[in-house]
Design a protein around this ligand. Structure first.
Ligand SMILES: [Zn+2]
Ligand SMILES: [Zn+2]
Length: 278
């Protein structure tokens, strides 16, 4: 597995030297300089930042990173066999990052800060819309636009509205299409069987990757809102772990991940970013 910034080393580092800001600067610095003879090389590919909360287990974080890395590699091989040197979207797994040199509790000081800020004690859940608002407003999202995918261990509720109207409800993930998503592995921990659990994790991660890059189109806040694919496709909505398993099994048997429309749209979106045509 080829990850730009080792999630595990970041996570286990006693003196974490890699701040999010430093790493985004590295991402810019790592881009090749413009060359007259190469359109592919003179554009900055958008990168995907992955982070997770402290209560996400190593096995969950490891699988999540593996799934996304494999997805990106698969896309690259399928769509760009002829000469792009780097994948169109690069994964940067920041894990449970901590910003160096700022007091604990300061705004945007760590991955856990997003979780603490969006936690609602009355329902013991993270509010998806709160989390996503923080991501949208983060300083490095402004200075260096990128995709964000966060994994949390606590249960998730969609928004302030659902908090008031249906406090007992939950979602498996919430998205800001074209920019960010937060997913919860909480409900998946109850799935029995390693194959079933991996299948559910994959279905959840790939689905929300789709939302992060802007599939299938339109702007909506949570996974149970409109904006899903009507085809046999990973972009169909799943409201709970049971439904997620049912859809995942159906798609696995049909050997389908993204339907043709979503696959083409994904390719278009990524090429647009990579070549900065949009
Ligand atoms: Zn969805
Ligand atoms: Zn689709």
């Amino acid at each position: 597995m080829n990850i730009d910034l080792g999630a595990k080393s970041c996570q286990g580092d006693a003196n974490p030297a890699r701040s999010h800001v430093e790493a985004t600067c590295q991402a810019r610095a790592a881009q090749p300089l413009a060359e007259d003879n190469s359109l592919a090389e003179d554009r900055v590919a958008r990168f995907l930042s992955m982070m997770w909360s402290e209560d996400v287990r190593d096995i969950e974080a490891g699988l999540a990173v593996h799934i996304i890395q494999e997805l990106i590699t698969g896309l690259y091989r399928r769509h760009w066999p002829l000469g792009l040197i780097s994948p169109p979207v690069q994964l940067r797994a920041f894990g449970t990052w901590v910003l160096e040199g700022v007091p604990e509790g300061s705004s945007y000081c760590s991955a856990q800060w997003y979780v603490d800020q969006s936690y609602e004690p009355s329902v013991d859940k993270i509010v998806g819309s709160r989390f996503l608002r923080l991501v949208e407003a983060e300083p490095w999202q402004q200075s260096d636009p990128h995709y964000d995918l966060a994994v949390v261990g606590q249960d998730l509720i969609a928004s302030e509205e659902t908090l008031r109207a249906a406090p007992d409800s939950f979602v498996l993930g919430a998205a800001l299409p074209g920019m960010a998503a937060v997913i919860s592995v909480c409900r998946l921990r109850r799935i029995l069987g390693i194959h079933e659990w991996e299948l559910a994790m994959r279905r959840l991660l790939v689905h929300f990757w789709g939302h992060v890059i802007g599939l299938p189109g339109g702007r909506y806040a949570a996974s149970d809102a409109p904006g899903h694919c009507p085809n046999l496709c990973v972009m169909r909505v799943a409201h709970d772990a049971g439904e997620l398993m049912r859809l995942a099994t159906e798609e696995e048997e049909a050997e389908i991940t993204f339907c043709r429309e979503c696959d083409e749209r994904m390719k278009g979106i990524i090429i647009g970013y990579h070549f900065d045509l949009s």
